[in-house]
Design a protein around this ligand. Structure first.
Ligand SMILES: [Zn+2]
Length: 881
């Protein structure tokens, strides 16, 4: 189907379902090719629906093998059934049951939506609309039902049978070859939260007692032989359950909680009620096969999916336009959990890096859309950084604006009032308006208006009057479909930094909300501070208090003073980033400004030298963030037009190399000091030390390739963990030559049997910023570990290449051609993975004319391919619009 033939689904067209399904009894007999599904639906007319309306059930690639109404066969003239739906033309206007028989082929399901097999394990993925690939259904989130699920399978093939809720019966079938299990979930839920798993799985188990006294059996299920790698996920699960009890007063509500890891999965993980299904990348961890980053991701994602039990499952979304209601809120909750478990400032810096590189770039291109989109053709294309990460920023701003107490009270009210319902953003915000007494009408604009606001700030000091006046203005550039932007509510956390630290903030301005926050909700405003005894340096957007760009023209010297004197850790980090970013933008715009770069490197190195000696050893995780320059993609976005990726890359390299050269003795000394002979531990403090050592290694490798290569080889040989080995490989990829090729080969051989580690190896090679990389990537597609059928392999190698700024954007267009061909090839088997990959073209419009033309050609080629999926057609159409 072509996207332009696909109906546009609009928020304003929402109307309640004409029918409701109170109960669903599923009887599923699992077979690799011929799985039989019988669904017994308890239906009734919805009082809010249209009386006498037909019953129209959704389907996707289904075939009907039996249909009964209240147990009796129905005349064929009373219904029509196609692969895409089942319609009862004139159902009785009363309660009735419908028994629907379908048969599905899990082995042939390469889309990984609905019921499929992954490494011989039966599993499901039903969000957003996968359930309709299992049975005909009212597949929409506002139809919530109580499920009872009977699973049956060959014992040898699927000794473990899991579904949502609690296990109520299990046993053997006559003959002893097959067995069954019956699961009942007492909590009404939409079909997208249905799940089943059947297979041979190992597990770890742990008992848990909730704060309100419920005994829960927790289990993490993994492929046979991998139970030894499930301990960390279990540890994270227990910690996040306690945290949600303590911080949000939320207890778990079933007798069992199962987590299952599968190797073929389109997303990160899925929060199915009581049965979370994970991409194994986000469950399996041991020091030999997972990095510190993996440990942190597992912690965040285990928590995220668990937190959905309340924000997503108990209270779900009325329709998919409200996706951010569950996702933005739950990302905020997992970010807070990680911040409490680790370093809050470091977590914030990491989250803002992600926000800028993924969401700001989305906002700046043709795929920009509001946190709550108003229309879509394919909902799978809206699981985006805007809905997730910007959605979380909106919650963070809400908390800052209403205050901690009213925020917690608002959450409590939301849980109480909306429990068991499918809710909207309006219902959510009403809770906080009520507990805070604030009017949130203008704040709600964050959900409706796309684009990253820019705050333009400037300050004036009047020594005679002892006043400091801060002028703030906001603008948001047009985005597709939204040419004119309204002002949004921007909480600007700030300080005025004097010689001895923060100056008191004395002002009578109505825009000052107290606690160091100005609320910028007008196009522009001025705030005058009095009793200011010295000219201050403004420290704005502390803690990144709003997802905005800040334009504030501070001299490098002032920024460097903020780096050393600001009481806000985030802005200390931001100050150095700003110095580096300004120099890189300038050099990226007009190559040849080498001297200016050298001068900036000198300033940065001087500021860093003292920091590395004195403060870095005390907070290595923060120091590692400080040492890392803004990424080239962020510089490209700041430049915004006529972007030459090679110029940016060259500037980035030379700035890093120059800093590395000047700091080399300090970096070497620091590596010595932080070196440890203790065995690997994944805790945040140990991870911080490794991060700093490895950041130092990267700078040394750029400054002195030969010395870097020696260090990397030695580190690889001596390391007892994957973090240090992978960092050695990454440093080595910066330096062309035989030593690099040898280490790549050695790494590949060492981890030949570990697909998740090989993903990192594939990606490290795909990211090499050299013209030979395209051929290398094509060659690696022939590697025995690579498969186009596995989303993790595809994302690592092909997705890695598409994220390679200089090589994806090769001047000859071959990078675009390769990725476009891959999109078309993948679309035949897995449209979701294909459309994500096509999203790599999202920044094509900002390129210089020659590259822009080549990228557009390839996008057009994709768009014109016959038989395209709706997922890919939609992205191609929007990217070209
Ligand atoms: Zn989620």
């Amino acid at each position: 189907m072509r996207a332009d033939d696909t109906p546009l689904i609009r928020l304003e067209d929402y109307r309640p379902s004409d029918w409701l399904i109170d109960t669903v009894d599923l009887d599923i007999s699992l077979h690799p090719q011929k799985t039989r599904v019988r669904a017994l639906l308890g239906l009734r007319p919805n009082p809010a629906g249209r009386p006498g309306a037909p019953l129209i059930l959704d389907g996707d690639e289904l075939s009907l093998s039996g249909l009964r109404l209240d147990g009796l066969l129905i005349d064929e003239s009373a219904y029509s059934a196609t692969a895409q739906g089942l319609t009862l033309h004139a159902p009785p206007h009363r309660r009735f049951t419908l028994t629907i028989d379908t048969q599905v082929d899990p082995s042939a399901n390469t889309k990984l939506m609905g019921l499929y097999r992954s490494s011989r394990v039966y599993c499901t993925q039903c969000e957003a609309d996968g359930f309709r690939r299992i049975s005909y259904f009212l597949d929409r989130p506002d139809v919530m039902s109580v499920y009872t699920v009977r699973l049956e399978a060959a014992k040898i093939e699927a000794p473990v049978l899991l579904s949502n809720g609690n296990l109520v019966a299990a046993g053997e079938m006559a003959g002893g070859e097959r067995h069954f299990a019956v699961w009942h979930d007492p909590h009404p839920k939409p079909a997208y939260l249905f799940a089943l798993v059947g297979g041979a799985l190992d597990h770890v188990r742990q008992d848990y007692v909730t704060a309100d006294g419920r005994k829960v059996e927790l289990a993490v299920h993994v492929e046979p032989g991998k139970a030894g790698r499930a301990g960390w996920a279990m540890d994270c699960l227990v910690r996040c359950m306690r945290w949600d009890e303590r911080v949000f007063g939320r207890n778990y509500d079933l007798d069992v909680f199962n987590v299952v890891a599968v190797s073929d999965f389109n997303m990160g993980a899925m929060e199915n009620k009581g049965l979370n299904i994970f991409n194994d990348k986000y469950v399996l961890a041991d020091p030999q096969t997972a990095t510190d980053g993996d440990y942190a991701s597992i912690e965040a994602i285990i928590a995220h999916e668990y937190f959905h039990n309340w924000t997503g499952n108990r209270i779900t979304c009325r329709d998919w336009f409200q996706l951010c209601l569950k996702e933005g809120l739950t990302v905020f909750r997992d970010q807070e959990f990680s911040a409490d478990e680790r370093s809050r400032p470091v977590k914030r810096i990491a989250d803002v890096r992600t926000l800028r590189s993924t969401q700001f770039s989305e906002d700046a291109g043709p795929l920009a859309h509001p946190v709550r989109p108003r229309a879509y053709k394919e909902i799978n294309n809206f699981y985006t950084p805007t809905v997730y990460e910007k959605g979380a920023e909106v919650i963070r701003m809400l908390k800052l604006l209403v205050g901690d107490d009213a925020f917690r009270a608002g959450m409590d009210l939301y849980f109480e009032r909306c429990d068991g319902t499918a809710a909207t953003i309006e219902e959510f915000l009403a809770c906080f308006a009520e507990t805070s007494g604030k009017d949130l009408t203008q704040f709600a604009r964050w959900y409706e208006q796309a684009g990253t606001p820019t705050i333009v700030a400037s300050g004036r000091y009047d020594a005679a009057a002892r006043t400091y006046t801060l002028d703030l203005a906001q603008t948001t550039a047009p985005t597709p479909g939204q040419p004119d932007k309204q002002p949004v509510v921007l909480p600007v956390a700030l300080g005025l930094v004097g010689k001895a630290g923060d100056l008191p903030l004395v002002t009578g301005s109505a825009a000052y909300a107290g606690d160091g926050v100005i609320v910028l909700d007008q196009p522009s405003l001025s705030v005058a501070f009095s009793d200011v005894d010295e000219p201050p340096i403004p420290s704005l957007l502390r803690g990144f208090s709003a997802p905005a760009r800040l334009e504030l023209d501070l001299a490098d010297a002032d920024l460097l003073r903020l780096f050393s004197a600001d009481s806000d850790s985030f802005n200390r980090w931001q100050a150095l980033q700003s110095v580096a970013s300004r120099a890189l933008v300038s050099a990226g715009r007009s190559p040849g400004g080498h001297n200016a770069l050298i001068a900036t490197a000198g300033e940065l190195a001087e500021a860093l030298a003292g920091f590395l000696r004195v403060q870095a050893p005390a907070d290595p995780a923060f120091a590692a963030q400080v040492l890392r320059l803004p990424v080239p993609a962020d510089i490209a976005r700041e430049i915004g037009r006529d972007v030459d990726p090679d110029a940016i890359h060259a500037a980035h390299r030379s700035l890093a190399a120059e800093i590395g050269l000047r700091l080399r003795p300090h970096l070497m000394e620091l590596r010595e000091r932080l070196g440890t002979s203790a065995a690997y531990r994944p805790d945040a403090a140990s991870a911080g030390r490794r991060a700093l050592r490895n950041e130092a290694l990267g700078l040394i490798a750029l400054a002195d390739p030969e010395a870097g290569a020696h260090l990397a080889e030695a580190q690889f040989a001596a390391a007892d963990n994957l973090t240090d080995r992978l960092a050695a490989l990454a440093a080595m990829t910066l330096v062309a030559g035989d030593a690099r090729e040898a280490l790549i080969a050695r790494f590949g051989k060492t981890y030949a049997a570990e697909p998740l580690v090989l993903d990192k190896w594939l990606m490290a090679q795909a990211l090499i910023a050299e013209p030979g990389t395209l051929d290398r990537v094509k060659g690696l597609m022939q590697h025995p570990a690579f498969s186009l059928g596995n989303p993790n392999r595809v994302r690592a190698l092909i997705g890695g290449f598409a994220a390679n700024l200089t090589q994806f954007n090769r001047p000859d267009g071959e990078g675009y051609a390769f990725v476009a061909d891959m999109v078309v090839a993948l679309d035949r088997t897995n449209p979701q993975v294909a459309s994500r990959l096509l999203g790599s073209f999202k920044s094509w419009r900002m390129l210089e004319p020659a590259r822009k033309a080549l990228a557009e050609q390839k996008l057009a080629m994709v768009a014109q391919t016959p038989g395209l999926s709706r997922d890919v057609a939609d992205i191609a159409e929007r990217a070209l619009a």
